[in-house]
Design a protein around this ligand. Structure first.
Ligand code: ZN
Length: 494
């Protein structure tokens, strides 16, 4: 239906035209009013099925008009009416995770995946517990913000929802309640990083401490030789012992998280990602084989795995390392993923890694999940840099002061001394392209968004959000442009 065929269009409401949809005789649309968004619902006068929505009721040409706030209750009610707003598993489709720390990025994300013609399946709701803690948001808010963005832009294809970097049963329960369908289990704290430097006797000692079911011998991998599409991997005794010591407890943790998840979901479909991307040492091909073979033996089903690849994946900047070596590395991981799955390889800290995307696409043959989050915050800053230089410089000053502290849990190498001093910056949007400034901005999002003034108000948050809310088209256009660059390399060849 064209927008003008909707009865809602005859109202004086300022509607987002793509949001308009009619379902079982009821029309829905997103309205902009005084810088705020409202949900409009127009239904036959005697409709009682809409009692789940809370809002103001009035009459419009003999029908009932409800104007409802974008509350969590109304988001849930809308998801129960419009099935496509509900996340679902994406299976082996090439996919991209577009984390959004502000809750305003989904419209721009939708436009980017729309221009990829539905060839890449999106995840719009995606935050880790760490990100939620830093921004003061809950998984339910993340889910609801994505719902409203999807609805605004009229996206009716599949969407996933990634509960990222989960470490506890409680994390799982909260995200399951909020409607997430993609669960990224992060057993990183169970990975033993000493194996590269340990002596044989230390290795033996550590192996003896592994749970009975995770002893090297139990794996059945001893002296096996894998010949995978030209990649030969031999699992000798020391290799196996190292793999088991390094990843045995992590595998055990994934197994227990998986059991908890499958028990809690009942017959609700879900998919699992295993991520060991945040460890000190890269995951060797033999270790990948160990992890996959063990997870399989222990009955875990997973859709994607994020090894720690060789080279450096810093936040928000391109790959750092030897491209040829990376290509060998990903080729092996991809062959292993095809052999033991097939499952997808996941690329965490995946934003802005433009130099490796072609190799990733080529070797995974599209069995890939690209995960991004902070880069959308950087596009918000780019938006602010074009609209309010003064405010942008305030944020930059603050971020510089907080960088040394905030960088602790992130993989970044930016140095304050290499980032331009605020007084020397002439081109503020251009500052977003400077390596050090980019990382400084990237890791300080939590401090910027939650800093309070001495009187208890927000130092930046209100103004930050206000600029983006008043200029949604500028933010969406920046996101669309930036994400088109990410999506292009992952489109299947014609
Ligand atoms: Zn990660």
């Amino acid at each position: 239906m064209k927008p003008n065929q909707f009865e809602l269009s005859s109202s004086n409401l300022n509607l987002y035209p793509h949001s308009l949809v009619s379902q079982n005789g009821v029309e829905y649309g997103l309205v902009q009013k005084d810088g705020k968004h409202l949900l409009a619902i127009l239904s036959p006068p005697d409709s009682t099925k809409l009692s789940a929505f809370e809002g103001q009721t009035s009459q419009l040409s003999g029908k009932t008009l409800i104007l409802a706030s974008l509350s969590s209750q109304n988001a849930a009610a809308l998801r129960s009416r419009l099935a496509w707003l509900n996340p679902c598993p994406l299976g082996l489709s090439t996919s991209i995770g577009m984390g959004d720390r502000l809750g305003l990025a989904t419209p721009g994300h939708v436009r980017a995946v729309s221009s990829a013609q539905g060839q890449i399946a999106p995840i719009f709701a995606q935050q880790s517990m760490r990100e939620n803690m830093r921004t003061g948001r809950t998984p339910q808010q993340v889910m609801d913000d994505a719902t409203w963005g999807i609805f605004q832009e009229g996206w009716q294809n599949r969407v996933g929802a990634d509960a990222d970097h989960l470490k506890t049963f409680q994390d799982i329960d909260i995200c399951l309640n909020a409607g997430f369908t993609f669960f990224t289990i992060d057993p990183g704290s169970f990975v033993e990083n000493k194996t590269e430097t340990a002596s044989l006797s230390e290795l033996n000692e550590l192996a003896d401490q592994l749970p009975l079911d995770h002893q090297p011998d139990t794996s059945g991998l001893l002296n096996k030789v894998f010949d995978l599409e030209g990649l030969t991997v031999q699992i000798d005794e020391v290799t196996l012992k190292k793999a088991a010591v390094k990843y045995g407890n992590a595998v055990a943790n994934v197994v227990s998280m998986y059991h908890h998840l499958s028990k809690s979901t009942g017959d609700r479909p879900f998919e699992l990602e295993v991520s060991v991307d945040e460890t000190e040492q890269p995951t060797s091909h033999a270790e990948h084989i160990y992890i996959a073979s063990e997870l399989k033996r222990l009955g875990v089903r997973w859709i994607s795995l994020a090894p720690r690849y060789i080279g450096t994946f810093e936040k928000g900047v391109d790959y750092i390392g030897d491209l040829a070596a990376f290509e060998n590395d990903i080729a092996g991981h991809a062959a292993i993923a095809r052999h033991f799955g097939p499952y997808k390889l996941s690329l965490h800290s995946g934003s802005d890694k433009f130099s490796i995307y072609p190799a990733v696409m080529n070797h995974t043959r599209g069995l890939v999940h690209l995960k991004t989050a902070g880069t959308s915050y950087l596009e918000a800053l780019r938006t602010i840099a074009t609209l309010d230089v003064e405010f942008c410089s305030e944020i930059y000053n603050f971020s510089r002061h907080h960088y040394e502290n905030d960088k602790a849990s992130y993989h970044v190498s930016a140095q304050l001394s290499r980032a331009p001093l605020p007084k020397n910056v002439n081109d503020w949007p251009g500052l977003l392209e400077q390596f050090d400034a980019r990382e400084i901005f990237h890791v300080t999002f939590g401090s910027v968004l939650t800093q309070k003034t001495s009187s208890g108000g927000w130092e930046f948050y209100d103004r930050f959000m206000d600029i983006l809310r008043k200029n949604p088209e500028v933010y969406a256009a920046n996101l669309e442009k930036h994400f088109n660059r990410h999506l292009q390399p992952f489109l299947p060849e014609e």
